[in-house]
Design a protein around this ligand. Structure first.
Ligand SMILES: Cc1ncc(COP(=O)(O)O)c(C=O)c1O
Length: 408
């Protein structure tokens, strides 16, 4: 566990539930560990802020020297407001509009383009610019079919076989291709996939085809265990192989390039918990149902990806184990965090903690059923602080009415 039971209880008592709690020291530790695993001098970590864009997390990583993987103009703006200079932001576009392309380009942020037609439009609009190209690594891996981004079944990246077409388009518009990028998927199950995707990208990155390269970006996807029985990846061995492969590539390319990775999940998943209180216990002919004061709009991964999230009963850790459906407060039958999960006896009023709630939980959240998102709190150097408050119902409703442009 990243935070202790006492720390989580303290946070719930101080700020109420539902509540996200993060461990800033762990996030900093994850960032630093990557430089121990991958001992390549030109390593840069572009934090995938889609995983968790809490401003305190962004500022922490900014101070540590991280860069940013941004995927929308909103991401770019927030990263800048959090203190990231434009040369530490890479914008990985995905089906963007003309307006978005112009706005981001004018901000000076480097654009990562993954479609031939977009590259052509970019070249026509901004000839002579620097650009990064996203290739599809042609490797399928990830913790869910919905998070696998490689292979020609997905919408992401330009196919490797079109590398010469990219070269020709770049030449036509005098574009300087300074970076090549790939992202294989989230929660990569096999380290071999990381190596294969690297090899596939490096194979198209020849000095003849792309003479102006400054970096290769190998995306995110570093896996963390979600289940207590799941093995932790041996990142020391994996990092050594990554360094070996890239050093050999640079030798054949003719000079040392930057090596970028874009982890999101690895950086923040295990640092976070969602705390919630059990309001109702039901016994439906022997099927026990624990009803909590949160719901799937606040932590959607089990519903969306069928993901396992470990749950702790902090209120009664030594209780006799029973099987429970742990569900939320949303008007949908599928509103479940866990189905038939064995947990120490849950009583009304018990505090539950959902683990690995630091990545793709708050950031994927919504106010569906008009329940405001939980507040967020953070431990840093042992000190607990509120880092984002919860909107009141009044504020949420006022926002909706304001956005509806209706007369009051
Ligand atoms: C382009 C890109 N980079 C990085 C990431 C981060 O992935 P992860 O959080 O699994 O490290 C993603 C997420 O899917 C992504 O789409």
């Amino acid at each position: 566990m990243s935070l202790t039971r006492e720390q989580l209880q303290e946070a719930a008592e101080k700020f109420g539930t539902p509540l996200f709690v993060y461990d800033a020291d762990r996030i900093a530790g994850c960032y630093r560990a990557l430089f121990d695993f991958i001992r390549y001098p030109g390593l840069k970590i572009h934090y995938a802020m889609k995983a968790n864009y809490n401003v305190h997390i962004l500022q922490l990583l900014q101070q540590l020297g991280a860069s940013i993987d941004a995927v929308s103009p909103g991401d770019v703006l927030l990263a800048q407001r959090a203190g990231f200079p434009i040369d530490r932001i890479l914008f990985t576009a995905n089906n963007m509009t003309e307006t978005e392309m112009a706005a981001v380009h004018q901000s000076g942020v480097l654009m990562n383009i993954g479609e031939l037609s977009r590259l052509e439009k970019f070249g026509r609009a901004f000839p002579g610019s620097r650009v990064c190209i996203r290739f599809n690594p042609d490797v399928r891996d990830g913790d869910s079919a919905k998070t696998m981004t490689g292979g020609d079944l997905t919408k992401f990246g330009i196919l490797l076989q079109e590398a010469d077409h990219v070269r020709d388009l770049a030449a036509r518009y005098n574009l300087k291709v300074v970076g090549l990028h790939e992202h294989t998927g989230s929660g990569l199950q096999h380290t071999e996939s990381v190596f294969q995707s690297m090899k596939n990208l490096m194979a198209v990155a020849t000095p003849e085809r792309f003479p102006d390269l400054e970096f290769l970006d190998f995306g995110g996807g570093f896996k963390v265990p979600y289940h207590p029985d799941e093995a932790r990846v041996d990142y020391v061995t994996m990092g050594a192989e990554i360094t070996r492969l890239f050093t050999a590539f640079c030798r054949s390319y003719g000079r040392e390039l930057g090596m970028y990775f874009e982890p999101g999940k690895y950086m923040v998943a295990e640092s976070g918990y969602l705390l919630m209180t059990v309001n109702t216990i039901k016994d439906n002919n022997g099927r026990l149902i624990a009803g909590c004061n949160s719901g799937f709009p606040q932590l959607i991964r089990p519903v969306l990806y069928n993901s396992y999230h470990h749950i702790l009963n902090l209120g009664n850790p030594d209780g006799t184990p029973h099987r429970y459906d742990v569900c939320g407060n949303i008007c949908e039958t599928g509103d479940l965090f866990a189905e038939q999960r064995e947990l120490p006896e849950i009583r009304e009023g018990d505090l539950l903690a959902i683990a690995n709630a630091g990545a793709y939980c708050y950031s994927m959240g919504s106010c569906y059923n008009l329940r405001p998102m939980p507040a967020e709190a953070m431990y840093r150097d042992g000190q607990l602080q509120l880092v984002r408050r919860r909107l009141s119902n009044e504020e949420l409703v006022a926002q909706i009415i304001g956005e509806s442009l209706c007369p009051r």
